[in-house]
Design a protein around this ligand. Sequence first.
Ligand SMILES: Nc1ncnc2c1ncn2[C@@H]1O[C@H](COP(=O)(O)OP(=O)(O)OP(=O)(O)O)[C@@H](O)[C@H]1O
Length: 230
Amino acid sequence: MLDVQNIHTYYGESHVLHGVSLHVKKGSVSVLLGRNGMGKTTTLHSIIGFVPPKKGTIALSGKEIQRKPSHEISKAGIGLVPQGRRIFPNLTVKENLLTTHRPVKGGWTIGKVYEMFPRLKERQTSMGGNLSGGEQQMLSIGRALMTNPEILLLDEPSEGLSPLMVREVIKIIKQLKEEGLSMLLVEQNLAMAADLADYVYILNKGTVIFEGPAEEFDHNVRNQFLSLSS
Ligand SMILES: Nc1ncnc2c1ncn2[C@@H]1O[C@H](COP(=O)(O)OP(=O)(O)OP(=O)(O)O)[C@@H](O)[C@H]1O
């Protein structure tokens, strides 16, 4: 489904990703773990075309996309739930959802998003900026679903949420997986990663230092991750 091969990404002269390779199988959840500043967001931004890699390839269902502008990458079927949610604070919930809608036959509609997030329906006329952190996260996921993606990239969806809301987000991700959506999840929350992952990557200083199926995500790997300096 998504195949990232040996990408090198820079900010100006600063070389941030040093040959990252990762893969997301159709209908599965791959998790990218790593401490702050290790290149997780940069990996997602390379995939979505915000900071295209200088070297390497990114293929979606066999078609290379690394030279395309981000609006075309989005159209090709990659959705992003950005870090910090980034909803429009001065638009209502409904307006926020409609701004990203890309209709697809049998796909996500505002009605289907409201079915998944009844709370958003209740708050559809509220301004985005007046929502709680958890509601904003629901809205951010809802906005990405409205683009009708084949694969969803989620950048630390648990960040800043209460344990109760983190459980809610986990439930939603599981539901989306049941619907067949493929996901690449960036997380620092180990428990959440262990709960959701089919396959795990650990990124350290722009390099993948571990990869393996979730079953291999045992104590040794946890300890290795926790012992990494930030
Ligand atoms: N716009 C930018 N310009 C220059 N350097 C940047 C920019 N964004 C990130 N960096 C640098 O790139 C490196 C990787 O950052 P990135 O945000 O990808 O890490 P991360 O693993 O997602 O961490 P976090 O969880 O803190 O977001 C860091 O050293 C960071 O300072």
